[in-house]
Design a protein. Structure first.
Length: 254
């Protein structure tokens, strides 16, 4: 009869729910069994390093909760990594606050911009681009990196900067593509071999950044004047195989 559940089906469902609940309780119990051991191990590890003098750990059901303060954002990350390596730790809740010096957002952004300008200076940096925004000590970094190496170095520079309270990572890594790599090389040659633009190749920071993704080219950076921006856009626009060119170059303020 429709609308009535078969007794065997109902009994089976209740049994399944009971087994699931028992399994979950068993898992939680197994994790909780090591709480004291994990907490002792984490506390001992933290105590062995002076930078974690103000950090405390509490463990419940295998989850390590870190609280307290450190003076650099990188040390907050380091404390979390340390806790994750402890045997039987099921996870880490990192609630450590970054104390250290209070730096104005404007000053912090300027310092970081200078640092990131020279991250991996040289040929590869031509194909990386990072943009910064700082609000209440929280740094949002966006952009694209060709290999991921530049991204890691940029994030490390940010994490070790006094005044940084937190970091939001919005940097993408370019997809692996021989086609895009060929286009990057042709774009660099076209731009930096132009007599008007050759001067930018002397700067180790290479202010003209060439970002390529799936055949689409975007130019970032700062140039001396409007003519240089126009010439760079023209050279990129003449590239064989470029589906589109977006000239985002900024002209330096006089």
């Amino acid at each position: 009869m429709k609308g009535k559940m078969n007794f065997k089906t109902l009994a089976g469902s209740l049994l399944a729910v009971g087994l699931l609940s028992t399994t979950l309780l068993a898992d939680t119990g197994a994790a909780a069994r090591y709480d004291s051991q994990v907490q002792t191990a984490v506390t001992k590890k933290l105590a062995s390093k002076n930078q974690f003098n103000n950090v405390k750990a509490n463990v419940e059901d295998g989850i390590v909760t870190l609280t307290g303060t450190v003076d650099l954002y990188q040390r907050k990350l380091d404390a979390g990594k340390l806790a994750k390596k402890i045997p039987n730790a099921q996870g880490v809740r990192n609630l450590i606050a970054v104390a250290g010096p209070n730096v104005s957002d404007e000053q912090l952004e300027q310092k970081l911009a200078t640092k990131l300008t020279y991250v991996r200076s040289g040929y590869d940096s031509t194909f990386d681009y990072f943009a910064l925004e700082v609000k209440d000590g929280v740094v949002t970094v966006a952009g694209q990196d060709r290999t991921g190496i530049g991204k890691n170095e940029a994030l490390a520079e940010i994490a070790n900067m006094p005044g940084v309270k937190d970091v939001i990572d919005q940097v993408s890594v370019a997809p692996v593509s021989n086609y895009d790599d060929g286009l990057r090389l042709r774009a660099a040659r076209a731009i930096y071999r132009d007599p008007v633009l050759a001067k930018y190749a002397i700067d180790p920071a290479r202010p003209i950044r060439i970002i390529v993704e799936n055949g689409h080219v975007t130019l970032y950076g700062v140039v001396n004047n409007a003519m240089d921006k126009q010439v760079a856009g023209l050279r990129a626009g003449q590239l064989f195989g470029a589906f589109s060119v977006n000239n985002q170059l900024e002209v330096a303020k006089s």
